[in-house]
Design a protein around this ligand. Sequence first.
Ligand code: CTP
Ligand code: MG
Length: 565
Amino acid sequence: MNSLVRRSVQQLNRWRTYCVKHNAPEAASPGRNAGKPIYEEFIGRHQRQAQCSIVVQVSSEKSYAELYNYCSYFGSILGAHHYCVRQDETLHYILLEYATPGEAAAAIGAGVTNGELSGVPVRSPFLWFRAAGGGRRSPKLVPNPAPALLSLDGTQLVDQGQLLGLLRGAADIEEQVLQLYEHTRLNELGIRMRFLAALQVQQAIAGMFPAAQAQPFGSSVNGFGRMGCDLDLILRFDNDMGAKSPVEAAVPSRLVYHTKENLSNGRSQTQRHMECFGDMLHLFLPGVCHVRRILQARVPIIKYHHEHLDLEVDLSMSNLTGFYMSELLYMFGEMDPRVRPLTFTIRRWAQTCGLTNPSPGRWISNFSLTCLVMFFLQHLRQPILPTIGALAKAAESGDSRVTEDGINCTFTRNVDRLGFRSRNQSSLSELLLQFFEFYSQFDFHNRAISLNEGKPLSKPDHSAMYIVNPLEQLLNVSKNVSLEECERLRIEVRNAAWVLESEVENASVPEADGQELSWGLLNLFKHPEKAVIRPNMFFKPRMVEVSDLFEQKEAGATSSSTAPN
Ligand code: CTP
Ligand code: MG
C-alpha cells in the first residue's frame, strides 16, 4: 500500500469513528441524515428542559450534596451541571434539571426574597442557596446520595495554550480539524443556559401574553456556535391569537378580545414596544444588566448581558426569517458530519487573520462566512450539500411556513425526501484547501452567491460582496462588506491556500526535536510572516486545477446536486 493510499484509509477510518461517536448513521457514506432529530424536535426538547430547570448560585461546587438533598424535596432531579462566572471573584452556579416543569415550578415557588437585602421581589428560575438556619424551617432532607455533577465548570473555555497543545499533538490535519471542533463548539450546558435565558424573558410577559414565545436562533442553536457565543433571541408576543381549537373551529367564538389600537406604522410600533420592553428587562429581570437599545437598525434589537449566565443577548421582535435561516443551517450541519468541523476551522482561520471581528462593521460576519462555506459545499462537482431551491421544491403541506410579514420560509424538513446522496469522499483537509482555492478565484466583482441555486449569479448591484439572502432574496447578506475587506478576504484565502497546500502535501507530522514545532492548522492560524517556512512552501498554489473541482455552473445551468438516485 503506498503512503497516499494508507493515509486516505487512515483518514477514512478516523472519519468513520468520528461519525459513530456523533451518531451519524451513514458513517460509510456521507450525505444522509436519516434518524437525526429534526430542528423543531431539537428546539422543543431544549425548551422543555429549560422549563424543568433552575439555576442556583452556591458558595462552591462543594455545596452540591447539600443542595441536591434540599432540592430533591420538590421533585426528582435528573441532572446537575456546575459552572463558574468570573467577575471580580469567581461565582459558582449549579443548574438542576427536574423530571417535570411542575417540580421546577415548585422549587421556584418555594423561594423567598432575601429579607436582609432590598430587591424587587421577582420570581424567576435564578436563585441562590443560603446557609441553613436562615428563615423558615428546612424541609425534610432526602437521605439519597447525590449523583455526580454532570460537568464541573461546564462552560470554561479551553484555553489557547491547551488548544495549541492538542493541535500540535494531533496525528494529521484531519484530526486537528476534528479536535478544534470538539474543543471549541458550544456544549450541551451552553445550549441549556441559552434556552433558560429565553424562558426567563418569555415567563416575564406570560401574564399579558400567555402564548408569547422567546425563541433562540443563530449560532446558539444552528450547530455552528462556539463556546461563549452570543444568544440571538426573537420575542413574539402572541402569534396564536387567531388559532382555533377544534371545538372553536366548529363553533366560531363570539367573544372577541378588546385590544389596544395598533400604531399605523408597524416599525414605529415595534420600536416603541421594544423601548418599553427594554425598561422592563432592565428594571425587573434578575441577572439582566447593561441593557442597550439599538432601535434604528434594520432589525431593531435590545442587547443585554446576563450576569448569572455570563451571556450576551441580542433580542429582536421582528426577525422571523433569522429563525428559519437557523433551521436551514442546522439541517445543513446535520446532513454531513464534515460540514460543521470544516466551518469551525474556516471561522477560526478568519478570526485569527482579523477578517472577522466581534463588533459589527464593514468586515465579513460569521454568518456571511458560513454562507460562503455552504455555497462552496453546494458548488463542488460532487456536491456535499443540496441547494435551498431543491429543499423548497421538496416541501410538503406540513412544511409551509409564512412569516407575519408574508415571507415564505417553506422548505422540506425531511431531507430524505430529496433523495440527495453525496458521492464526495474528500477528507476535511482536502475540502479546506479546496475552499481556499475556490475563493481565491471567485469573481466577487461580477458574481453574486446564491445558496438557493447553488451557483453564482450576476450581481444585481455594486456591493463589494453579494450573498443573496436565502429567505429574503431581494436582500444581500454581506451588504456591509467594504471593497477593501472583500479584497483582503481574497488575499487571505490566497495566502491560506498557499500555506495549506504545503501542509497537505507534507502530510507527515514534523518531529518535535525538543522544540514546539508548528504544523498543519497551526501554521494556517498564524499570520503569514510568522508561519514556519517549510521547504516546499514556495510552490505556487495549483490554481489551474481548481476548476476541475467545481461545476462550471452559471445562471441557467441545471444543478446536479439534487438529482435523486
Ligand atoms: N441572519 C440572517 N440574515 C442576516 C444576518 C443574520 O438571516 N443578514 C440570521 C442567521 O440565521 C444568523 C442569525 O440571524 O445565524 C444570527 O445572526 P448573527 O448573530 O450575526 O450570526 P450567528 O450565526 O449567530 O453567528 P455568531 O456566532 O457570530 O453570533
Ligand atoms: Mg449570533
